[in-house]
Write a protein that binds this ligand. Sequence first.
Ligand SMILES: [Zn+2]
Length: 143
Amino acid sequence: MAGEIDGTSGGSVPVPTPETAPFWAGTLAGELRLQRCNACGRFYFYPRPFCRYCASRDVAWHTVSGRGRLISYVINYRPLPPAASDQPQVIALVELEEGPRLLTNIVGVAPEPERLPLDAAVQVAFERRGEQAIPVFRLTDHT
Ligand SMILES: [Zn+2]
């Protein structure tokens, strides 16, 4: 299970809604939970009460692997308030093994392009932010 880490990437505290509450309950428990459609079998994100592919309302929450690949990123040299840190921040698009893509942060690596190869394997971690925990990702095969 991914460990909890200090809030180094900064940013605002998420506010759960009825639709996203199971997602945020998962992150607090150290799990990445996504909805999967029972009709077509596909995972999707962000949370909503119907499948984004076939509009079925027969959907259920599942804990997923937290493994994915780095699809693209930008290095933000001037994180916006209320960022907790003035260090450059890696804002990344990660594609999970299960298919959905998340806009997230890459942590635990110097924010330099030579350290951030596209298609690198990443693993979710959870960063405490206020009363919530947000999913961030670490590289798992960098050298
Ligand atoms: Zn579906």
